[in-house]
Write a protein that binds this ligand. Structure first.
Ligand code: P6P
Length: 334
């Protein structure tokens, strides 16, 4: 059977009117950058890029050498093509407009260049998450505030998971589709068109070590999952936690589940750990396009109006019916 490459898939999406030529170019450039990141990640200790960079990011997190390298790969790949107005990244305090020596385009690109990088040194899957917004018209100098658009305005979102195989998962608002990197030919091949998340699940993903910090509704919700058949849910649940959002979300997209990172009492001022603009929003768009749901425990993540580029949010995403149950527990406690 003829293989469909990412390039062909995007041409077909453009021909169907789902994306513009510039958006097609942008996605192809990001995919090419992810191939370079995959190459660097897969070298492991032989690449001389493991360990800490000796620097920190705006989140106050120690940066890994691969965090910094992945960020640079994405910035350099996107600066000259003429499709972007600016980039924003977990690894940069503020957005970075395209240098004036290059033409500017109509899109804004946000990314977490290497999510889960604390897993890098122990050889566990990590990934790149990206989100694409339209740049407001008539902007001569792009600033952080121009990125502050609700997640429902995204025109594309995706991630690349660097696991046993390297897979790119993408939505442009017309379903969620998975591509596997064929390393021999260097191209992403469509391996799953129109992914669908089962609406019910028996598997949850949460960092249980935080239980004592959770608010009561979250403790009750999880305790009822743990009670299994003997409890009010009437069925046994399994738990998985990779501590790489990309890996956990990919498993959920593939076989169902609910991913939870709630707000907690550890840091009452923080609404959650994960970042809205370049983790929760793109993952929510991807999950909803696959028939799943994503809330912050109270409302749809894609409807949230951002106020800061690096703001954090609680995340409940995955199998639609399970997300609705978890969200109901929280709403009732409001
Ligand atoms: P914890 C990775 O640092 C990350 O941002 C997500 O990829 C992951 O889901 C989460 O944090 C893991 O958090 O508290 O379990 O280490």
């Amino acid at each position: 059977m003829t293989q469909v490459s990412l390039a062909r898939f995007l041409i077909e999406e453009q021909r169907a009117g789902h994306i513009t030529p510039d958006l097609r170019l942008l996605i192809e450039v990001v995919a090419r950058a992810c191939k370079s990141i995959s190459h660097a990640v897969s070298k492991g200790a032989l690449g001389g890029v493991l360990g800490d960079a000796g620097t920190g990011n705006i989140q106050g997190e120690a940066q890994k050498k691969l965090d910094v390298l992945s960020n640079e790969i994405l910035l350099e790949a996107n600066e000259w093509g003429g499709h972007l107005a600016a980039c924003a990244s977990e690894e940069m305090d503020h957005c970075q407009p395209i240098p004036n020596v290059y033409p500017k385009g109509h899109y804004l690109l946000l990314f977490d260049p290497l999510d889960g990088s604390s897993n890098i040194d122990v050889n566990i899957s990590v990934g790149t998450i990206f989100s694409v917004l339209r740049c407001p018209d008539g902007i001569s100098e792009v600033r952080d505030e121009h990125f502050l658009q609700p997640g429902r305005t995204q025109v594309a979102a995706g991630y690349t998971v660097y696991g046993p195989s390297t897979m790119l998962v993408l939505t442009v608002g017309n379903g969620t589709h998975a591509f596997t990197l064929d390393r021999e030919h260097g191209s992403f091949i469509l391996t799953q068109r129109a992914m669908r998340i089962p609406e019910d699940t028996k598997e949850f993903a949460v960092n249980m070590s935080n239980r004592r910090h959770w608010h009561a509704p979250m403790q009750r919700y999880i305790d009822e999952l743990l009670a299994g058949k003997t409890g009010p849910r009437g069925k046994d649940f399994n738990m998985r936690w990779v501590a790489s959002m990309v890996a956990d979300v990919h498993r959920i997209l593939t076989r169902g589940g609910i991913f939870i990172y709630p707000r907690d009492k550890k840091d009452p001022d923080k609404p959650g750990k994960l970042r809205l603009m370049y983790e929760a929003n793109p993952m929510s768009f991807i999950v909803e396009q696959a028939g799943g749901a994503a809330t912050n425990g109270y409302e749809r993540i894609l409807d949230l109006q951002p106020t800061q580029l690096h703001e954090r949010v609680a995340v409940f995403l995955g199998s639609k019916n399970e997300v609705e149950i978890a969200t109901r527990y929280h709403r009732e406690a409001q």
